[in-house]
Design a protein around this ligand. Structure first.
Ligand SMILES: *[C@@H]1O[C@H](CO)[C@@H](O)[C@H](O)[C@H]1NC(C)=O
Ligand SMILES: *[C@@H]1O[C@H](CO)[C@@H](O)[C@H](O)[C@H]1NC(C)=O
Length: 445
């Protein structure tokens, strides 16, 4: 039993934690405008051109502006239609000046200014006072870097104050929820491994739009797998079931609102299942071609190796290939139960043995003790030299009797050898292919 109070504390802690992680909270304003302290009735309007600056009077102090700061606020028409504004505030010494300019400039854009002026009658009374001025009508793009300049009016040289401000981007939680161009919706899912289905639901999407959901394989782009659903805005249930074929790391659920240039959200449920990629091994018994193709972009070094007792797999010389995309192939491969593929990636090393039982049992030997006979089962045209030998050391086996077994049929079917097994080992030597091992020892008993 978990008490509701405890849950509430946990939620509050989570909310606190995520607001710390995803940037500062952003104040929402009803109406943008200019505000001046000391009862000063200041007014603002936009302004474009400047002439040249004038030399300031000698009696003017050089720090007209003090405590200048820039922050970000939002103004909203509705909960999902907010725009981001700069709030510029400064403390001003009013002597000699009639007003000030707030100007903003961003790379690739024209400078935009607002002029704030003070009524002549009030100016005289405030000459020796400091006035606090704040303006929050300068709209700014999400994530934009802004240069802000404050100038006096009239424009006196060397009095300007500069600030650089980075407006928060869509990663900020408040912006992600309230600025249309950042609203992607949030995807939640559950995996049904048995049915290979993803039960997907979406929240916090744009309310007045339909919503696309699809599965895709993420590479440079995300390429659709064909699974695609449209969630209608009228339907209060924002969920769907999507089928997948393989749980590979680059398989993602992608969602976006029906509108031009809608931002998209991607969630990749199997991103840690790197192992799944190694299942793309194929073998063509007719040409002897062993190949591997990944379902996802991955940087891997692939090699062939020989599996030793104890699990160590020793690389075969010159078999290394660097994989980025496409297919890795090895031709003239002798399908040996101990011939394996090794995959090295940043995440680790994996060894897959396609010819050991279960995957491609291309040939194997079986001892029929009752007969006594040796059974060679093969799917490939092969000529095996089978001998019985006595083990004289870990790698040594002295031949006592050799015979050839030709496996002609390409169909899967047992071909009987003619050996009388004796109490030692069987040692096979395959025909001369490029990638092969000389021997496989099978203890008879
Ligand atoms: C300017 O800021 C400082 C520190 O935040 C504060 O102590 C001072 O009172 C401010 N000046 C005015 C005129 O608001
Ligand atoms: C959507 O959710 C409802 C309620 O949880 C469920 O009954 C329904 O089967 C789901 N629809 C799809 C398509 O998954």
């Amino acid at each position: 039993y978990v008490s509701p109070l405890l849950l509430q504390v946990v939620f509050l802690l989570l909310a606190f934690y995520s607001s710390r992680v995803q940037g500062e909270r952003i104040e929402k304003i009803e109406q943008c405008g200019v505000h001046c302290s000391q009862g000063l009735r200041c007014k603002a309007k936009s302004h474009v051109s400047f002439g040249f600056c004038k030399k300031p009077p000698d009696s003017m102090s050089s720090d007209v502006f003090t405590n200048t700061s820039v922050s970000t606020v939002m103004r909203c028409d509705s909960s999902q239609r907010c725009s981001v504004h700069l709030r510029v505030s400064t403390v001003l010494q009013i002597k000699h000046i009639h007003g000030i300019y707030f100007c903003t400039f961003a790379a690739g854009l024209m400078e935009r200014c607002r002029i704030v002026n003070f009524p002549k009658t009030q100016r005289a009374k405030l000459v020796d006072k400091q006035v606090n001025i704040q303006d929050d009508c300068l709209e700014v793009g999400v994530g934009q870097d802004m240069h802000i300049t404050l100038k006096t009016w009239p424009w006196f040289c060397d009095m300007d104050v500069f600030r650089l401000h980075h407006a928060p981007d869509c990663s900020n939680m408040d912006i992600r929820r309230s600025v249309t161009e950042c609203i992607t919706g949030r995807i939640h899912y559950e995996v049904d491994v048995e049915r290979k289905e993803l039960a997907v639901s979406v929240s916090e999407m744009l309310e007045d739009r339909d919503y696309h959901l699809r599965l895709c394989h993420k590479g440079f782009l995300c390429t659709g797998t064909g699974e695609h659903v449209l969630l209608k805005k009228e339907n209060p249930l924002k969920n769907a079931t999507l089928k997948y074929s393989r749980p590979v790391p680059c398989l993602c659920i992608e969602g976006w609102s029906v509108m031009t240039d809608a931002p998209r959200v991607q969630v990749c449920p199997f991103k840690h299942r790197v192992e799944e990629l190694w299942s793309g091994i194929a073998f063509d018994p007719v040409t002897g071609t062993l190949s591997w193709e990944a379902a996802c972009h991955i940087n891997a070094v692939v090699s062939l190796c020989e599996l030793h007792d104890g699990g160590m797999c020793e690389d075969l010389a010159h078999s290394h290939q660097t994989y980025v995309k496409g297919k890795v192939t090895y031709s003239a491969v002798d399908p040996h139960p101990r011939l394996c593929m090794k995959f090295k990636t940043e995440a680790g090393v994996w060894v897959k043995c396609p010819f050991s039982e279960g995957d491609f049992p291309v040939w194997y030997l079986e001892v029929k003790e009752s007969q006594p006979q040796l059974l060679v089962t093969s799917r490939v045209r092969a000529s095996l030299s089978v001998s019985t030998c006595s083990r004289t050391g870990s790698d040594m086996c002295e031949n006592t009797h050799t015979s050839l077994v030709d496996v002609v049929s390409q169909s899967y079917g047992p071909v009987k050898g003619t050996l009388q097994p004796i109490r030692h080992s069987v040692n096979t030597n395959c025909n001369n292919q490029k990638w092969h091992f000389q021997y496989l020892y099978i203890p008879l008993w």
